[in-house]
Design a protein around this ligand. Structure first.
Ligand SMILES: *Cc1c(COP(=O)(O)O)cnc(C)c1O
Length: 368
């Protein structure tokens, strides 16, 4: 028998606002008009949960990710539109599976070109030929593209071809100049559709253009421009995930008393400290330093001492009304994830992806 447990015993939860996600998708579409929008849902939809977010992405023209098993799961969930595998296949044995499910594949390496040209498939694949424009991670060098395109055009395994690239520095003001001119030099030799833009490229669509765009992080309400505080809100992006918990204990410290492991925080005066049910085992970054903002009962306060596995402490000295049970937002609608990430020396992407299995999720914002 399954033991009974209260569904939300520990007060932490991640609330996913599907209305905000749908609105962010609509914004991406407006910015990149008339391009097709392939919503990027890799890494379990940036930590939000594939099946959870799918209803909010109904308006996307396609989905893009790189985990084959998740792509198959999307078909099982009923997604019939294109699914693009962003790293393609890792072994030729995946090709029949991809053909069976009608997946589109990136081809970024000679080994993949060879495998594809040798394959006998029950259905042809839509292929995105990836050009390396300076990221030097994946992609064919510009000089190899012409020969590759002509081989793929002659292959029985290929239905359509699209040229694509992924920019290393689309979030930097001058980051597009060199790669764009390199890519244009390649693309102008063919009459093929192109796909260039991630979120940063969608936001800069006037400079980047393209027939298919691939926004990821912006859909989840976080900004690809990590160094510019407040960008997400300025762009009109709405936070999708709120990581919420509660105060589970309040401590009174005398001057000189310390908080948490290692006693790294020491009270200067009489202080009130709140203990929150959230720690690094929930995905909150352990390296977030004292001073990182935390929203308690609708007010900003600050983290004090070390984040531990299950708990963290905040300063409640200026919030005398806050008691055990008070609501806490670690990031979300009142406190942008990008701001917390900047304090913790990382980016919103990492925090969103890192929320762990033990955190229960709740969905709001999209009434069927
Ligand atoms: C992850 C990824 C994207 C989306 O990037 P964001 O910065 O999250 O918008 C687009 N294209 C490729 C190839 C990717 O791997």
């Amino acid at each position: 028998m399954i033991p009974f447990f209260h569904p939300a015993a520990r007060p932490i939860k991640a609330v996913v606002d599907l209305g905000a996600l749908a609105d962010n998708l609509a914004l991406a579409r407006d910015l990149a008009e008339p391009a097709k929008v392939f919503a990027v849902v890799k890494a379990n939809a940036y930590g939000h949960g594939l099946s959870r977010v799918l209803p909010a992405l109904a308006a996307a023209d396609g989905l893009a990710l790189l985990e084959l098993e998740s792509a198959i799961y999307l078909r099982a969930l009923g997604w019939r539109k294109p699914i693009l595998l962003l790293e393609g296949f890792f072994d030729g044995s995946e090709l029949p599976v991809m053909a069976e499910h009608g997946f589109a594949t990136v081809v970024h390496h000679e080994a993949q070109v060879r495998a594809l040209c040798a394959a006998r498939l029950e259905r042809r694949l839509d292929v995105f030929v990836k050009v390396n424009t300076g990221m030097n991670r994946l992609g064919l060098s510009a000089g190899r593209v012409a020969q590759t395109v002509s081989r793929l055009r002659g292959s029985d395994a290929v239905r359509t071809l699209t040229l694509m690239t992924h920019f290393a520095s689309a979030d930097e003001p001058d980051g597009l100049l060199e790669p764009m001119s390199l890519f244009r030099g390649v693309a102008e030799r063919f009459d093929l559709p192109v796909s260039l833009a991630n979120s940063a490229g969608v936001i800069r669509y006037q400079e980047v253009g393209g027939d298919v765009v691939r926004p990821g992080i912006m859909l989840y309400g976080s900004s690809p421009f990590a160094t510019q505080a407040g960008t997400a809100a300025r762009l009109g992006l709405k936070p999708v995930m709120s990581l919420c918990s509660r105060i589970i204990a309040v401590q009174s410290l005398a001057p000189g008393e310390r908080v948490g492991y290692g006693g790294t925080y020491r009270a200067e005066r009489h202080e009130r400290i709140g203990i929150i049910a959230c720690g690094y085992a929930d995905g909150y970054p352990r390296h977030a330093p004292g001073g990182t903002p935390v929203q308690v009962a609708g007010e900003r306060t600050r983290l004090v001492g070390r984040v531990s596995m299950d708990m963290m402490a905040v300063d409640l000295t200026g919030l005398p009304a806050v008691q055990v049970g008070a609501p806490v937002e670690l990031w979300g609608t009142a406190l942008p994830v990008d701001e917390v990430a900047a304090c913790a020396g990382t980016i919103g992407y990492e925090l969103l992806c890192a929320v762990t299995q033990r955190v229960p999720f709740e969905v709001t914002g999209l009434t069927p």
